[in-house]
Design a protein around this ligand. Sequence first.
Ligand SMILES: [Zn+2]
Length: 162
Amino acid sequence: MTKCRTHIEKTYLTDRPLGNSQADTNMAKKSAPTRAPKVIPHKDHYARISFLYQASNKFCLQPKYQILSRGYGRNLDLVAKKTVLKLSPALKRTLCKKCNMLLIPGLTMTMKVENESKAESHHNDVLVHTCIECGEKRRFPVGKNRHYDLFSEREGVELPAE
Ligand SMILES: [Zn+2]
């Protein structure tokens, strides 16, 4: 592997004119790990979803406009389903699946850890998010793997820019 890499670097250096070779190698080294896609597919849909999420977030903080916030959340859900976009789990987990309310801990959602096992082992801990608006519960088995990373947070996973 290292042999191959050095070979490529050597050929890259020899093909370039001498004046710009140092600058080119620096650029190549910097741009290699964070390679952004040139064309983002469905960019307009992502922009629309981003706008709807921000609007929902803004109106959710004011109690008299929470119905409007739910409307934006519903719109966001419909756009994502219609255009078959893969939303990031961080965004999906902040929306109630039943009433489309934006879930903010302490304001529109309660969080608690349940353990219904008889042994009361920490491996059976379950994080429960309860929507205050409709009572819908979402359960996450956090005790099974305490070092669990979402696929979007793992290294080497490229997500489309939102
Ligand atoms: Zn709800």
